[in-house]
Design a protein around this ligand. Structure first.
Ligand code: FES
Length: 99
């Protein structure tokens, strides 16, 4: 796991895109819990950095599919799963495990 950003760089209810090993990863901070998601919708590939985050879901701005922040499962169409990655906070450092 490598440090990819500082918690202070991702405001509460805010997002930050980082590049890890050539992949765009979207960090989302919800009340101090940081989630790491692929910044590409599994439906038709729209980036998710402009998506709305609400009630544990991120809503794709293109067609509105909602993905669970924890397991990436789509609420409307479970066959679509957004890639999510384990996050560990070490002090102010955010580390992400791409596996
Ligand atoms: S591209 Fe994201 S819901 Fe269609």
């Amino acid at each position: 796991m490598d440090s990819v950003a500082k918690v202070s760089e991702v405001p509460n209810f805010g997002k930050k895109v980082v590049s890890i090993s050539g992949r765009e990863i979207l960090l989302v901070n919800v009340k101090g819990t940081v989630y790491a998601l692929e910044n590409e919708c599994p439906h038709q590939g729209s980036p998710l950095n402009a998506a709305v985050v609400k009630d544990g879901y991120i809503s794709c701005p293109r067609h509105g599919y909602r993905f669970n922040l924890t397991d990436g499962r789509c609420a409307e169409h479970p066959e679509f799963v957004l890639a999510t990655f384990p996050v560990q906070l070490i002090g102010d450092e955010i580390t992400v495990d791409l596996g």
